[in-house]
Design a protein around this ligand. Sequence first.
Ligand code: KG4
Ligand code: ZN
Length: 335
Amino acid sequence: MALLLAIESSCDETAVAIVRGSAGNPTEVLASEISSQIELHREHGGVVPELASRNHSLHLRGLVENALEAAAVHMGEIDAFAATTGPGLASSLLVGSTAAKGMACVLGRPFLGINHLEGHLLSPFLGRTEVPPHVALIVSGGHTLLLDVEGPGRYRKLGGTRDDAAGEAYDKVGKMLGLTYPGGPEIEKAARAGDPQAYDFPRSMQHEANLDFSFSGLKTAVLYTVRKIQGELPVADLAASFQQAVIEILVHKALRAAKQTGRQVIALSGGVSLNLALRAALGNAAARAGLELAVAPPALCADNAAMIAFAALLRHLAGESTPLEGDIHPNLPLA
Ligand code: KG4
Ligand code: ZN
């Protein structure tokens, strides 16, 4: 059994988690503490990097203490320390990784620098005994990626967005519709009362044979439509029609990726995977194709440290570690 403490501070959530696990057994999350900065950035309509990093350093110590208390373990019992080292905001990554390195250094334990996207990618399998071969669809505020996964650490990129990430499109369209930041959850809420067929927005690249995405045409189409509307915006119909387009594109490409690779499992992760309409549509499409859909519980979908701890635990159990001299990697690719 290994105990691992991980810090996530790549963007606007400061998070600390402690997990316990061993090879071939489901990993247990003993503590998962999160301090969200959403309120802090809301008035700016997006994340302000310097505010984010200063806030991480203010909250980190308290979160580590809370996590140790919630897990009922002493710092000295932790076998390895981990932190997200990329991709993300440089100054934010530095706060979390320097703190984790400091603890590892003082206690003489290994440090593991983890790719944020690997955390998302593995999150649907945290409670399971193994990570099966699968097609991974990661949809977050910064990324939209399709990968062929043979197992932990064995990733091949199949496709990605050529412009905006899906979450970014949600956030930008949210702004156009006058909704609060971040737009993703607000659009989902508004869409429930709207007609998804009200506007016929473009499904860019849907019928191209590749596995790439493009959301900027869709975003611009919403903008032009909004500009033409006089009087009060039909927010629910616009939100529902926009969301329908995003979901159709994501579902279509994920199923195409499964067909191309022959994988039997599709795993959906990242902040946008909180979207219930997306989960339902992909779940139904996968079932119709005889495939399994793996999705993480909501607490593991948005940025959190449990997913980073799980990715780190798998690497730690495989005998890996990262030198303390290792740098952060703001633009770190996953594959
Ligand atoms: O993974 P995440 O927490 O942070 C990044 O690594 O980017 O993802 C945040 C993104 C934001 O763009 C947010 O609007 C989106 O996830 N999001 C949603 C929903 N909840 C969060 N998008 C659509 N529907 C939601 N319910
Ligand atoms: Zn994320």
